[in-house]
Write a protein that binds this ligand. Structure first.
Ligand code: ATP
Ligand code: MG
Length: 398
C-alpha cells in the first residue's frame, strides 16, 4: 500500500501542475456505458468484463477502464459547456483475465483525460505529463515510449481494407482468435500476442502508407512537439487500438522489466468517443497506467516514522498512559501503547515494532513527576520530567 500510495501521490502532484483536477466516477456503470463505445468486438468486452444483472434486473458492469466513465459523467453533468476539461483519476478497474505477475482481476489505474482540445499540442501535453510522472517515480529511464498514428476516420477505412485484403490471403495461418478479428476488427490482429500472428503482422501493410495528408500533418506536429520537449520515442506501426473511436496518436510507455506485462502507461486520442456515447462531438486524448506495475518498478518508499513505545507499570502508570499517549500524538509523535503484559513483555514488543524509544511510566518516577526515557538504539536511559518529555522525545525525530 505504501508503494501504491507513492505512485498515486506522485501522479496527483504532477497532474495538478498541468491543471488536471481529480475526478471520481462510479466503480460500476450500466453495461451499455462500456459496451456501446468499447463495442461488442473487442477483447475487453468479449472476454474481460465483469457484467451482471442487479436486483432490479439492470445490466451493470464493473468498470474495465475509466475513459468511458469519465466521458459519461461529462455528458450527464453537461460539462461540455466548459471545455477544455482536464481530469486526473485513480482507482480500481476489473477485468476477467488470467491472474499472473502484474496482471490481476482487480487492478488499479491512474489516468488523465484532456477533453475538448483538438490540436496536436493536446497529445503532446498528456504525453509530457505521463513522462513527468514516470520520471518523478524514477522509472522513465527504464521505459521506452512507443508512438504511432491511427489517422482520421478516412485513413482508417483505407487501412482497414488493405489489412483485410492482406490477412485474408493468409487466413489459414492466423490464430483462431485473429481469424475472428479479421471480420470484426482486423486492426487488433496487429496487437496479437500469438507467434504466428506476429510473424504475419511483420509483413502486413503499414498504416503510414494509407494516411491522408491531414493525418500525416497532425502526426508531424505531435512529433515536433515531443522533439521540442526532448521526449524520446520509437515509431511502432504495430501499436494499434481496436476501437473505432480512437484516432490519430496512440502511445505506450513499455518496459522490459516485467516480462510480457510490459505496458505500464498507454493512451491515445479518442475524438470519436463522445459522439458514440451520445454527447456532442468533442475531441479527447488521455492515458491510463497500471499502478501495480509501476509499484513493482519504483524504489521502496520512505518508511513511516518509528514509534515511541509507552510502557506503563502498575495502576498509576496505566492511568496516566492513555491521556499521555493522546497528548503526545497530538504533538505529532507516533505512539504505540500496549494494554497488557509485564515490563519485560512490553519492552520486547517495543523492540519488535522498532520503536525509537520507550517511555517507562513507573510508580516511583511518576511520584517525582518524571518518566524514564530509554533510547532503544543507544541502549541508554535517563529520567525526564514529564513537563520536558516532548522536548526530549523531539530529539528522536527524523
Ligand atoms: P495488456 O496488453 O498488458 O493486457 P492493455 O492493453 O489491456 O494491457 P490498457 O487497457 O491500455 O491495457 O490499460 C492501461 C494499463 O493498465 C496497462 O498499460 C497496464 O499497466 C495496466 N493494466 C491493464 N490490465 C491490467 C491487469 N489485468 N492487471 C494489472 N494492470 C493492468
Ligand atoms: Mg489487456
Amino acid at each position: 500500500m505504501r508503494r501504491h500510495r507513492a505512485v498515486v501521490d506522485t501522479a496527483r502532484v504532477h497532474a495538478l501542475r498541468f491543471g488536471y483536477d481529480e475526478i471520481a466516477t462510479p466503480i460500476f456503470e450500466f453495461t451499455e456505458v462500456f459496451a456501446r463505445p468499447i463495442g461488442e468486438t473487442t477483447d475487453i468486452v468479449m472476454k474481460e468484463m465483469y457484467s451482471f444483472a442487479d436486483k432490479g434486473g439492470e445490466e451493470v458492469t464493473l468498470r474495465p477502464e475509466n475513459t468511458a466513465g469519465v466521458v459519461r459523467a461529462v455528458i450527464a453533468n453537461g460539462l461540455t459547456q466548459s471545455l477544455p476539461l482536464r481530469f486526473f483519476y485513480q482507482g480500481p478497474m476489473f477485468r476477467y483475465e488470467r491472474p499472473q505477475k502484474g496482471r490481476f482481476r482487480q487492478f488499479h489505474q491512474i489516468g488523465v483525460e484532456l477533453i475538448g482540445v483538438k490540436e496536436p499540442q493536446g497529445d503532446v501535453e498528456v504525453i509530457a505529463l505521463g513522462a513527468d510522472i514516470l520520471a518523478a517515480l524514477g522509472v522513465l529511464e527504464r521505459t521506452a515510449l512507443h508512438l504511432n498514428t491511427l489517422g482520421d476516420a478516412e485513413s482508417r477505412g483505407l487501412y482497414r481494407d488493405a489489412l483485410v485484403k492482406y490477412f485474408t490471403q493468409h487466413a489459414h495461418k492466423l490464430s483462431e482468435d485473429s481469424r475472428k478479428r479479421l471480420e470484426r476488427n482486423p486492426l487488433r490482429i496487429l496487437d496479437s500476442k500469438d507467434a504466428a500472428d506476429i510473424a504475419l503482422s511483420a509483413a502486413a501493410p503499414h498504416f503510414e502508407n494509407y494516411l491522408t495528408p491531414a493525418s500525416r500533418e497532425f502526426f508531424g506536429r505531435v512529433r515536433d512537439g515531443l522533439d521540442a520537449l526532448g521526449i524520446k520515442y520509437t515509431l511502432n506501426p504495430r501499436l494499434v487500438r481496436g476501437l473505432d473511436y480512437y484516432t490519430h496518436t496512440a502511445f505506450e510507455f513499455v518496459t522490459t522489466e516485467l516480462g510480457s506485462q510490459g505496458a505500464v502507461l498507454a493512451g491515445g486520442r479518442y475524438d470519436g468517443l463522445m459522439g458514440v456515447m451520445g454527447g456532442p462531438e468533442t475531441p479527447g486524448v488521455g492515458w491510463a497506467a497500471g499502478i501495480e506495475r509501476l509499484a513493482l518498478m519504483i524504489a521502496e518508499p520512505a518508511s513511516p516514522p518509528r514509534p515511541i513505545a509507552l510502557v506503563p507499570i502498575g495502576d498509576d502508570g496505566e492511568k496516566r498512559a492513555l491521556a499521555l499517549a493522546q497528548e503526545l500524538r497530538r504533538a505529532g509523535f507516533t505512539i504505540d501503547l500496549a494494554y497488557s503484559g509485564n515490563l519485560q513483555k512490553r519492552m520486547r514488543r517495543a523492540d519488535k515494532i522498532m520503536a525509537r524509544a520507550a517511555v517507562i511510566l513507573g510508580e516511583d518516577e511518576l511520584k517525582r513527576g518524571q518518566a524514564a526515557v530509554r533510547d532503544l538504539d543507544a541502549g541508554t536511559q535517563e529520567d525526564v520530567p514529564l513537563t520536558a518529555l516532548k522536548d526530549r522525545l523531539a530529539s528522536f525525530r527524523g
